[in-house]
Design a protein around this ligand. Sequence first.
Ligand code: AMP
Ligand code: ZN
Ligand code: FE
Ligand code: FE
Length: 285
Amino acid sequence: MRIDLHTHSSVSDGTEPPADVLAAAAREGLDAIALTDHDTTAGWEPAAAAARRLGVTMVPGMEVSCRSSEGISVHVLSYLHDPAHPGLLEEIARSRAARVSRAELMVKRLAEDFPIDWDAVQEQVAPGATIGRPHIADALVAAGVVPNRSAAFSGILTARSPYFVAHYAPDPARAVELVRQAGGVPVFAHPVASSRGRVVGEGTFHEMIDAGLLGVEVNHRDNPEAGRDWLRRLAKDHNLLVTGSSDYHGTGKPNRLAENTTDPAVLAQIAGLGTGSALVGDLPG
Ligand code: AMP
Ligand code: ZN
Ligand code: FE
Ligand code: FE
């Protein structure tokens, strides 16, 4: 059984529409896949239709962008929540609006030094999609400033760059609480991904656990090995689920589908705990 619980489509910053992500999963021979676009569930319907057609199980999900009190970026995966829960909807709507003004400001700063403008960035965003730095990266690629997204992220677009602007995002413990209220299963995404920037300390983990965190994404390419051992111990001590996933973004990132996978028994537990929406297809295994 092969299960990948973290993927993105063009409904956020992946490069393929949801149905194509499901088709890629079917080609890879995956049994189940979660679609976890940033701060949106707009891909659930087309993904579910494709899942039924292809016979791949689809776990409705989302990746909630958060920011800790120290200003550190945290991502919380949510599985099987109610997509219409007002409290959660309100938070992601606020984040998504803030992402637009933040992108505009970043583009304004970039435009002083590079051939880029807001229209060029808009051309890279699918209608209604959650905008992010990857779309700005795509406009820089189109303008010939950088060869690909990764080059943009290792230079011009890093959080340490003078062009970088932060956007409003909920506190991670608050996001965990809202996901639980919406019947979802919150899992801390790539919690020790130090290559992306600063990571949170133990205090934030405990706040999230106290708020109802149910799992940690241990097997993810951005988590260094030493951090994974620490995460496994934390999971054991606090009875958290352990997941592994690719964080596939189509051609937007080197991450390959199913390069990390999740145990079927863990998916079964997630399916049992999530009450806000239903798995599309059967539980594999
Ligand atoms: P943002 O949420 O707008 O701050 O942008 C962060 C997003 O950029 C995350 O979803 C990452 O998956 C993506 N990202 C981070 N590093 C890279 C990279 N090297 N190449 C492509 N995408 C990246
Ligand atoms: Zn992304
Ligand atoms: Fe993430
Ligand atoms: Fe992601």
